[in-house]
Design a binder for this molecule. Sequence first.
Ligand SMILES: Cc1cc2nc3c(=O)[nH]c(=O)nc-3n(C[C@H](O)[C@H](O)[C@H](O)COP(=O)(O)OP(=O)(O)OC[C@H]3O[C@@H](n4cnc5c(N)ncnc54)[C@H](O)[C@@H]3O)c2cc1C
Length: 207
Amino acid sequence: MRVELWSMTPDAERLIERCGRLCWDSEGRASETSAGRFIRALVQRGHESVLEHAVATFFIETDRATSHQLVRHRLASFSQRSQRYVDEGEFATEAPEAVRSDPRATALFEAQVAAAAAAYRGLKELGIKSEDARAVLPNATLTRLAMTANLREWRHFIRLRGAAAAQLPIRRIALAVLEILRERCPNVFCDLVADPERAVVRRDREE
Ligand SMILES: Cc1cc2nc3c(=O)[nH]c(=O)nc-3n(C[C@H](O)[C@H](O)[C@H](O)COP(=O)(O)OP(=O)(O)OC[C@H]3O[C@@H](n4cnc5c(N)ncnc54)[C@H](O)[C@@H]3O)c2cc1C
């Protein structure tokens, strides 16, 4: 799994404050230090539409099963490495941790991946296009995508996919995104924290 921040609205919290203050005609009360308190109040009141003015784009490398979970988030925008246009002859996989921690499960997993690789190459040699040969590739095949969302949607994604009920690979992605975004926008994400079991919890009050 890899998660990298590729781009983010510059001065995101200053922009959010500026947009939010339009609602109260209080732009004149903005100062070098006023954004934090203003944004934390927005978050506590649930006035989250103002957070939509800032966006962040992440590069994510994960398996295809997890990428399918990612792309269910309809308010985000995606660009994903294509298995139609890119040859997957050298495809890489990532086994789930539960499989990796059991030698017998690992052996079964690796045998299946080897069979899939042989079938993929065999189909290509028969002249089958990548878009059809991919039918034999496993869910564990690694993929890469760019995911762009506004900060309100990232908060939603982190709360849903960082929760203990979420599957481990996507939870790890949500936690990595939270760590990066909390550093960039500590006030927008002030109430979302990782608990000791590494699931995201929401605190009612700011830290
Ligand atoms: C633990 C877990 C288990 C899951 N299991 C399954 C499963 O078994 N099968 C399955 O199909 N999916 C499953 N999902 C996926 C889930 O149903 C959602 O599709 C996915 O989490 C995206 O969530 P979302 O719709 O809230 O997010 P987004 O698409 O990012 O939307 C964000 C928010 O915008 C609003 N919104 C977006 N689109 C609409 C709309 N058309 N109408 C009204 N409001 C809208 C909603 O408030 C929504 O919460 C699971 C998710 C989790 C976290």
